[in-house]
Design a protein around this ligand. Structure first.
Ligand code: ADP
Ligand code: ADP
Length: 226
């Protein structure tokens, strides 16, 4: 039984201009605790794959399974960090970080303490009471990531989580992320157009064709834990 399974998945968007076929006949299986990256040209359908797995949108053909169960809507096992941070400007960083816990009714003292630890780990110590517009793009992105991690999802969907970071911060974040995620034993699906990033953090890299996305190649990465 796979953690995530996509079976003959197809996705067509209907717009005023007509139909856009984003994904065609995609088959992919992801095991528990795997860290997989999805790379491909811009606009090929990467974000669509994450939206489909998250249950936010429904495939026009095929099926998606999580732990063998058909995905039919949003699932509390899944944490999804979108490309834009969607922080609430009127809430402090801490209040933003605990938002997912609030929504899921998991606002225990223990979970709040864990969230504060995550803020420390990701360099936001001392910024808990700041508002998002007082922070840099990179810090905002980290806050959004913490909000996703705070709910302790089994499956983490990350859409270009490091794209707003400067190069040095990006490299150290990648190393740190990798270690943290390994410790926490999560199944991670990362979308990126940075092949170096994909190779440096994941077990497997799925390379997509240009739109409509289907699998061009899957590269297994031989990993030695640092
Ligand atoms: P990126 O290539 O940086 O991953 P996006 O995933 O945001 O960018 O978008 C990829 C393409 O999809 C872009 O050409 C964008 O204009 C288009 N797109 C994204 N969202 C929508 C939407 N809601 N309706 C129509 N087109 C969209
Ligand atoms: P990527 O993440 O690889 O950049 P996307 O999944 O964002 O690609 O987009 C794939 C294709 O689907 C693009 O052509 C984009 O314009 C189209 N698309 C994405 N979202 C929407 C949407 N909500 N409505 C219509 N078309 C969309």
């Amino acid at each position: 039984i796979y953690k995530v399974e996509l079976k003959n998945v197809g996705m067509k968007y209907l717009t005023r201009e007509g139909e856009t076929e984003a994904i065609r006949d995609l088959n992919l299986t992801i095991k528990e605790n795997e860290f997989i990256s999805i790379v491909g040209p811009s606009g090929c359908g990467k974000s669509t794959i994450l939206s489909l797995i998250s249950g936010l949108i429904k495939a026009t053909s095929g099926e998606i399974y999580i732990d063998g169960e058909l995905v039919s809507g949003i699932n509390s096992k899944v944490g999804y960090m979108l490309q834009e941070d969607y922080l609430y400007e009127w809430r402090t960083i801490y209040k933003n970080a605990i938002l997912g816990l609030e929504v899921q009714n998991k606002l225990t003292p223990e979970n709040c303490a864990k969230t504060r630890e995550l803020l420390q780990k990701y360099g936001l110590k001392g910024f808990e009471d700041y508002y998002p517009n007082q922070l840099s793009g990179g810090m905002r992105q980290r806050a959004a990531l913490i909000r996703t991690l705070a709910i302790d999802p089994e499956i983490l969907l990350l859409d270009e989580p490091f794209s707003a970071l400067d190069y040095q911060t990006k490299l150290s974040m990648e190393d740190e992320m990798y270690l943290i995620l390994r410790e926490q034993k999560k199944t991670v699906i990362l979308v990126t157009h940075d092949i170096a990033e994909a190779i440096s953090v994941s077990n497997r890299v799925v390379i997509l064709t240009k739109r409509p996305a289907s699998i061009k190649r899957i590269v297994e990465i031989d990993f030695e834990d640092p």
